[in-house]
Write a protein that binds this ligand. Structure first.
Ligand code: F6R
Length: 263
């Protein structure tokens, strides 16, 4: 676990883009797992700009969406697919076949659909880098408090905390109700990624960050499962790091280890 505490959200996005770009330079055909939500959008913007300016070449990456609201199609402005298309896939101008996104309108054998999604990830060689945001209740993907820490891709019911947050931030401005169900890579799918990059910014995430990093490993805080990951990197701004007891230690440690590991 490596925890970087950076001055602000812009610095978090730049550092995240640096780490992703380093990976793609080492492995041009890297397989990425992509969270939607607001937090990683500036990172995606930075990566697509660097691609456009010829600083990195993302032409050979493959990517998988992390989750999706059920009942929302890819054209719905609040769907994860729409967010990823608009902020990452379309600006890169790459063939859609390289991008695997959940179909929020899928109807049929959901268990088989989820198994097939896992098989596609395996066929691609597994995830090299999973990019995550953090729910205020500690969720990762749509793995909500009380989920299985060994779960694979599965349908989920969203908790009331998530429904309330997403209503306020996303759906109320559109004049719509929040979907109550979703499909998400499971915690075990996320833990199987070779590296996990968690981005958390803003004071609203400070409690969840402290629970996940300094509290016990518990299904009540799904992000605490990242304690089990051998290569999880947390990128926090000052506000999100505000409740960490060992904040000063993490700052010293990340400065030392980043130099040793060339991160
Ligand atoms: C979205 C996702 C969610 C978000 C989380 C934080 O694909 O998987 O776990 O990452 O809810 O959302 P923001 O970044 O909007 O605060």
């Amino acid at each position: 676990m490596l925890i970087f505490i950076l001055p602000d959200a812009i610095a978090v996005s730049r550092k995240a883009a640096d780490l992703a770009a380093d990976l793609v330079r080492r492995k041009p055909s890297a397989v990425l797992g992509l969270a939607a939500g607001a937090t990683p959008l500036a990172m995606y913007g930075e990566l697509t700009r660097r691609h456009r300016d010829g600083e990195i070449d993302l032409s050979n990456v493959t990517a998988f969406g992390l989750d999706e609201y059920l009942t929302l199609g890819a054209d719905h402005p609040a769907s994860c697919a729409h967010t990823l298309r608009r902020h990452f896939i379309e600006p890169l101008g790459l063939p859609p076949a390289r991008f695997h996104l959940f179909d929020g309108l899928f109807q049929g054998d959901m268990a088989a659909y989820c198994t097939e999604y896992e098989a596609r990830i395996a066929q691609a060689g597994g995830l090299d880098l999973q990019i995550l945001g953090l729910g205020v209740n500690g969720h990762i993907g749509f793995n909500e408090p009380g989920c299985s820490l060994q779960g694979r891709t599965h349908p989920v019911c969203l908790r009331r905390t998530t429904l309330a947050t997403n209503l306020r931030t996303v759906f109320a401005p559109l004049g719509e109700q929040v979907p109550t169900t979703a499909v998400s890579m499971g915690v075990a799918t996320i833990l199987a990624a070779r590296r996990v990059l968690m981005l958390a910014t803003g004071g609203s995430k400070a409690d969840a960050v402290a629970w996940a990093l300094e509290g016990p490993l518990t299904a009540m805080v799904p992000a605490s499962a990242l304690q089990l990951h051998p290569d999880a990197i947390w990128l926090l701004d000052e506000a999100a790091a505000g409740r960490l007891a060992l904040k000063a230690d993490y700052m010293a440690e990340s400065a030392t280890l980043a130099a040793v590991l060339a991160l």
